[in-house]
Every structure is written in structure tokens, then in C-alpha cells.
Design a protein. Structure first.
Length: 279
């Protein structure tokens, strides 16, 4: 499996004329949350008549820092992140949701001894009154706050789970596609996946490029649309995430639907080919 994943990072071209497309360094080459977007981006760019070669940044960087670098055309040419009105003003979005909208399904990580607090018989109002942790610069944090949730912002990724361990927060909502791998790594810290609830708000994670880089934006979009049309988009998506989705059983969970005032009006909500719908 590792060898298969590593193939996505070995992009060779027939000549030295390939245009470099720099992306933020990922956490780990076995992490599907990062490998999948790169595999998707590679396949989309392969549809173009131009030659492209993906190249990682020299070091990892926070989401807010990577957005600044991309906006200033420094070190980065593309990134993937959740959209918002503000981000679409600063950068050029390619409006095809790469995770099929699953970024908006938030399942919670909780302490092992706290499942009773999230009982299936609890009322949604009780769940809303709890205290949550999110990254301080995440769109998710703003969405939860705008829906009346109490949110404590964390400056670093691991701080989310430290706050949970220490009881400063009741839960850490995570992307439905992220939580299984994270929970497996956090078992020794007495952290588990909450079993009954899911928070949902409409959102999309896109590839973004600098607003002046019209050709790269066009080539990524054209490639993705070809993949959607011929089915290779869904094929790649389910190759990476089918097992995760089967385990989560989103359709069996009690859902709390939230508004997303940060969602741009141009989001292609009505194009059913682009979204995942729990059955």
C-alpha cells in the first residue's frame, strides 16, 4: 500500500519543460487526507496539453500562512482548503468540491468517559450548549460560532487534543473523512469517536490558486470536470474513502443541521454529481 501511495509523489515528465506546481508539504505520505487531493490534482493536470510537475514546499505550514503565501505568489501555486466568502475574495477557487461536501459532516472526538453526555436520548439543545475546540484560523470555528456554539480556538493541531484531555472542552468536531485515522492514533490518550451525533453544514473544500494564475485554474478545472464526467473522480474518491464511510454510518446518526453564512453564493449546491449524500 505504501508503494502505491508513494507513486502519487513520483511525477515524471518527458522533458525539462514541465511547469512546477508547488503545494504545501503534507503531514505524512500514508495520510489519505493529503494523498488523495494530490492524486486527484495529478490526474486532473494530466488531462491538460501542458506538462506539470507537483512539488512540495520545503516545510509544513499552517493553513493561514499557506493562504498568505499563495495570495502573495510566494512558495506556493496551489492549496486545498474549505471555502468561504473571504477566501474566494483573496484567491481563485476551482469550484468542484474535492471531498464531495463531506468536510461539512463533523463527527466528534470525546474523552472515553464522556459518551453518556452525548447519549442518543439527549436533546439537540444539550449538544449545542457544550464547549468545543477548533483551530483558531479554521472556517469551521467561525461556522460553529455563528451558529451559537461555544468554541475555544487552538493555535496548534495537537493543542486541540490536549484541551480535550484536560477537560477544557467537551469535544473536538472533526471532518468525517479525518476522524477514523485520528481516533486510532489517540486511543492511548483516552480519546474516542463519539457514537451518536453528527453536526452538518453545507460547505466545500476546493483547490485554490492565485487569482492571477488563470491558466493553472483553467487546467485544474477542465481536468476535474473531465474526471467527473467519465467517472474517474468518484472512482478515486471511493478508492480512498469507501471504508471510512461504511464505518461511520452517517445515515444512522442523529444530525444537527447548521447554517453556513460563510458559504459563497456561487457554490454549486444543485449539481448532484459533485456531492456525497448519506443514504
Amino acid at each position: 500500500m505504501i508503494r502505491i501511495i508513494l507513486l502519487y509523489f513520483c511525477l515524471f515528465t518527458a522533458s525539462g519543460a514541465a511547469e512546477l506546481v508547488r503545494y504545501p508539504a503534507i503531514a505524512h505520505v500514508e495520510d489519505p487526507r493529503s494523498v488523495y487531493p494530490l492524486a486527484l490534482l495529478e490526474q486532473a493536470l494530466a488531462q491538460s496539453e501542458r506538462q506539470y510537475q507537483l512539488q512540495s514546499s520545503s516545510e509544513r505550514m499552517s493553513k493561514s500562512r499557506s493562504i498568505v503565501f499563495l495570495k502573495e505568489q510566494a512558495e506556493l501555486d496551489v492549496l486545498w482548503t474549505m471555502t468561504s466568502v473571504e477566501r474566494e475574495l483573496d484567491l481563485q477557487p476551482i469550484r468542484i468540491p474535492i471531498f464531495k461536501g463531506l468536510s461539512g459532516y463533523r463527527i466528534m472526538l470525546i474523552r472515553n468517559d464522556q459518551q453518556a453526555k452525548f447519549s442518543a436520548s439527549a436533546k439537540p439543545e444539550q449538544i449545542r450548549r457544550l464547549v468545543y475546540a477548533q483551530g483558531h484560523d479554521w472556517v469551521d470555528a467561525k461556522v460553529l460560532q455563528l451558529n451559537g456554539f461555544s468554541v475555544i480556538g487552538a493555535a496548534g493541531y495537537d493543542n486541540l487534543f490536549s484541551m480535550l484531555e484536560k477537560g477544557r472542552v467537551d469535544a473536538v468536531p472533526r471532518n468525517a473523512l479525518e476522524i477514523a485515522d485520528e481516533a486510532a492514533l489517540l486511543t492511548e490518550r483516552n480519546i474516542m469517536t463519539e457514537q451518536n451525533w453528527v453536526l452538518y453544514y453545507p460547505t466545500a473544500s476546493y483547490f485554490f490558486v492565485n487569482s492571477a494564475n488563470e491558466q493553472l485554474a483553467k487546467d485544474i478545472e477542465n481536468g476535474l470536470r473531465k474526471m467527473v464526467a467519465d467517472g474517474t473522480f468518484d472512482q478515486l474518491f471511493y478508492q480512498f474513502f469507501a471504508n471510512h464511510l461504511a464505518e461511520l454510518k452517517l445515515d444512522k446518526r442523529q444530525i444537527i443541521k447548521l447554517d453556513n453564512p460563510l458559504l459563497p453564493a456561487q457554490t454549486p449546491i444543485k449539481d448532484g454529481r459533485l456531492w456525497y449524500y448519506p443514504q
